[in-house]
Design a protein around this ligand. Structure first.
Ligand code: NAD
Length: 256
């Protein structure tokens, strides 16, 4: 039960972040949503789960907007007990064609944003001697795929950050861990399926099943709800000594 606890979930208007926000709200936490797109629909879905909901539209590629988000969350609910670094973007291109701009924005969002939110959240967590920092990374934090150099580099970096922060906080009640999903059917992956279908002249259904079977032995997508349930475990007292872990939930992807 997380009632009385407050959570910030970055990139929670869609996909995995939205699933996590619903899970945390259902467990009784107050949640601060963040992200773009259909904010109202996301907000309504999370409110239906039960807890209090607030929203801040910070663009997390901008460090000063991250400071605003963190200040807003502390003011709104009095504390940030659970920080979920989830917002992320993808771009596919071979290294020699990879746009410098895309490299910079992927590094800013998928890696540096987590540094900023974490450095800003830790002081108040230390005062309470309790906290959960959970980074939604990817199997691409552990293994690579082609044409995703920025994403793979940022996600590997995020696992490094997770371990470093976990060590620094090892003698406190604050834990820092990573969750590494395989394929989850969200807009981020729907775009990759559409690209694949177009490039190979195949149907969306065919592209989807090819994409799954190339990497994910189960042939089944992981769901945001399953990731939410794993995250709730990491928030529990039972997970107090899980520190610096990179927990894959990937239909067998990295077992190969
Ligand atoms: P998604 O596209 O459905 O959601 C991304 C969220 O981030 C949205 O709420 C979006 O508005 C927000 N966002 C984008 N740019 C932002 C910015 N500059 N500032 C603030 N918010 C921003 O994607 P998803 O699949 O749910 O991905 C969530 C996380 O999970 C990402 O870090 C992604 O790398 C990771 N992940 C996804 C998969 C997958 O298969 N979908 C697998 C492993 C890891």
């Amino acid at each position: 039960n997380l009632s009385g606890k407050s959570a910030v979930i970055t990139g929670s208007t869609s996909g995995i972040g939205l699933g996590i926000a619903r899970a945390l709200s259902d467990a009784g936490a107050n949640v601060v949503l963040n992200g773009f797109g259909d904010v109202l629909a996301a907000r309504q879905l999370v409110e239906r789960a039960g807890g209090k909901v607030a929203y801040h539209g910070a663009d997390l590629t901008q460090p000063e907007q991250i400071s605003d988000l963190m200040r807003y969350a502390e003011k709104e609910f009095g504390s940030i007990d659970i920080l979920v670094n989830n917002a992320g973007i993808q771009h596919l291109a071979p290294i020699e064609d990879f746009s410098v701009e895309r490299w910079n924005s992927i590094l800013a969002l998928n890696l540096s944003a987590g540094f900023h939110t974490t450095r800003l959240a830790v002081p108040a967590m230390k005062k309470k001697n309790w906290g959960r920092i959970i980074n939604i990374v990817s199997v691409h934090g552990l293994v690579a795929s082609t044409n995703k150099s920025a994403y793979v580099a940022a996600k590997h970096g995020m696992i490094g950050l997770t371990k470093g922060v976990a060590l620094e906080l090892a003698q406190t009640g604050i834990t820092c861990n990573a969750i590494c999903p395989g394929w989850v059917l969200t807009p981020l992956v729907e775009q990759q399926i559409a690209n694949k279908a177009q490039q190979q002249g195949i149907s969306l259904a065919e592209a989807q099943s090819q994409l799954l079977l190339e990497k994910q032995p189960s042939g089944i997508f992981v769901t945001p709800e399953q990731i939410g349930a794993l995250l709730l475990f990491l928030c529990s007292d039972a997970a107090q000594e899980v520190r610096g872990a990179a927990w894959n939930i990937d239909g067998g992807w990295i077992a190969q």
